[in-house]
Write a protein that binds this ligand. Structure first.
Ligand SMILES: *Cc1c(COP(=O)(O)O)cnc(C)c1O
Length: 378
C-alpha cells in the first residue's frame, strides 16, 4: 500500500468548482458597497427558508450567536434552567451559561451520540425554560421524544442543527421541528461560508420578530431600543457566498453519505469482530463527521497520522467535566455514555470531494492496525 496524504477536510476542489459564481457574487457586493444586511442577506434568507421548509430565516453572525440569540429571544436568564447534552461542541452549553441560566445535562444514546429523550422527564423542573437537542455529526436527534416532552411540559425546544444542515427527521428538515433552529456556516460545516456566519430558523412569527430585533441591538427602529440585543448580523458578503453554495448542498451531502457507506462496507469484517463500532447510517443523515468508535482510539489515531491520514477527536472531554462548569457539581460517572464516547470516538475524513482511492487507503490503514492489535493479543 502506497503512502498517501489524506487531510481531515479539504475544500479547495469544492472552491475550484464554484469559483466563477463566487467571484461574481463577491464582486456584486463590492460594487454595491452595501455590506450590512440589505438585499443580499434578505435574498439568502428567503432561499434558505424555502430550502429548509420554514416560514422565517434570520441570518446571524455565527452558530454560537444563533444559540445565544435564541435563548435571549425566549427570555432565558438567571434562575432559569436549560436542558442539553454533554456530548456536543462547547458552544451549545456555553451559550446557556452566558445567559446566566443553569445548564442541566442529560446523557446520550450511545449509538446515535445524541441526547436520549428518556432522561428528559426526570430533568424537568419548574425552572426549565428550554431544551436544546443537538443533531450531532449530521444525524437528527430523536425529535419525537424531545418534542413529546416539550409539549407535555410546555417547554420550548431549540435545535442545535449546526452540524446537520439538510438532514431530516421523519420528512422534516432538522432545525424546523422545534420552536427555533440554529445553524452554523463556519467553513467546516456542510454549508460553510468563507468566514463566520449562522442562521436561526423558525415558524413562529413572534419569535422571528424578536430575533430580528435583537440582531440589531434590540431596536426595530434605528436608535430606539425596546430591549437589549447585540450585533448579531450575518455579513452581506457571506450571504452572497452562501447563496452560491446552497444549490449544491444536497449533492455535497449525498457525497458525504456515499463516503460513509463506502467506509462501512470496508469495515464490515472489523465490525463483525467487534473491533470497530460504526455510526448509524441513515438515508437522511448528512455526515458532517464520520465517527467510528474503537477501543484503542489514541493508538489508532497515531497509527493513521504516521500513515499520512488526519483525523480528529470530537470531543475528548464531556462537557460536564469541563473546568469552567465545575460549579455545576457534576462528576465522572454521571453520564457514562457520553464519557465512553469521549474516550472512543474518532472522526475520519468524509468530506464530499474525498476520493474513493483515499477512502480505500484510510480503510486499509485502519484494517492493518486492527489486525496488528489482534495479533499482539495472541
Ligand atoms: C459549530 C457548532 C456550533 C457553533 O457554531 P459557530 O458558527 O462556530 O459559532 C454550535 N453547536 C455545534 C454542535 C457546532 O458543531
Amino acid at each position: 500500500m502506497e503512502k498517501q496524504t489524506v487531510p481531515l477536510l479539504d475544500l479547495k476542489a469544492q472552491y475550484a468548482s464554484i469559483k466563477e459564481d463566487v467571484n461574481i457574487a463577491i464582486t456584486r457586493v463590492l460594487e454595491s458597497q452595501a455590506f450590512i444586511l440589505g438585499e443580499e442577506v434578505a435574498d439568502f434568507e428567503s432561499s434558505i427558508s424555502a430550502y429548509l421548509g420554514c416560514k422565517y430565516a434570520i441570518g446571524v453572525s455565527s452558530g454560537t450567536d444563533a444559540l445565544l440569540l435564541s435563548l435571549m429571544a425566549l427570555g432565558v436568564g438567571p434562575g432559569d434552567e436549560v436542558i442539553t447534552t454533554p456530548f456536543t461542541f462547547f458552544a451549545t452549553a456555553g451559550s446557556i451559561a452566558r445567559t446566566g441560566a443553569k445548564i442541566v445535562f442529560v446523557d446520550i444514546e450511545e449509538d446515535s451520540f445524541n441526547l436520549d429523550p428518556c432522561y428528559l422527564r426526570a430533568a424537568v423542573t419548574e425552572r426549565t425554560k428550554a431544551i436544546i437537542p443537538v443533531h450531532l455529526y449530521g444525524r437528527s436527534a430523536d425529535m419525537d421524544g424531545v418534542m413529546g416532552v416539550g409539549r407535555e411540559f410546555d417547554i420550548p425546544v431549540i435545535e442545535d442543527a449546526a452540524q446537520s444542515i439538510g438532514a431530516s427527521f421523519e420528512g422534516r428538515k432538522v432545525g424546523t421541528i422545534g420552536n427555533l433552529g440554529c445553524f452554523s456556516f463556519f467553513p467546516a460545516k456542510n454549508l460553510g461560508g468563507y468566514g463566520d456566519g449562522g442562521l436561526i430558523a423558525t415558524n413562529d412569527e413572534r419569535l422571528a420578530e424578536i430575533c430580528r430585533r435583537l440582531r440589531v441591538h434590540g431596536g426595530a427602529k434605528k436608535y430606539f431600543h425596546e430591549s437589549v440585543g447585540g450585533n448579531f448580523r450575518l455579513d452581506a458578503l457571506q450571504a452572497a457566498i452562501l447563496g452560491v453554495k446552497l444549490p449544491h448542498l444536497d449533492r455535497w451531502n449525498a457525497a458525504r453519505r456515499a463516503n460513509a457507506k463506502l467506509y462501512a462496507a470496508f469495515f464490515e469484517p472489523m465490525v463483525a469482530e467487534g473491533t470497530i463500532t460504526l455510526p448509524l447510517l441513515g438515508e437522511k443523515d448528512v455526515f458532517n463527521q464520520f465517527c467510528i468508535r474503537v477501543g484503542k482510539r489514541d493508538e489508532l489515531q497515531g497509527h493513521l497520522k504516521r500513515a499520512g491520514i488526519s483525523t480528529a477527536i470530537y470531543y475528548p472531554l464531556s462537557l460536564h467535566q469541563q473546568e469552567c462548569f465545575s460549579e455545576l457539581d457534576y462528576k465522572e460517572g454521571d453520564f457514562p455514555a457520553s464519557e465512553r464516547c469521549a474516550k472512543t470516538s474518532l472522526a475520519l475524513p468524509v468530506y464530499p470531494d474525498l476520493s474513493e482511492e483515499a477512502i480505500r487507503y484510510v480503510a486499509d490503514v485502519v484494517t492493518e492496525f486492527c489486525q496488528r492489535a489482534a495479533d499482539s493479543m495472541h
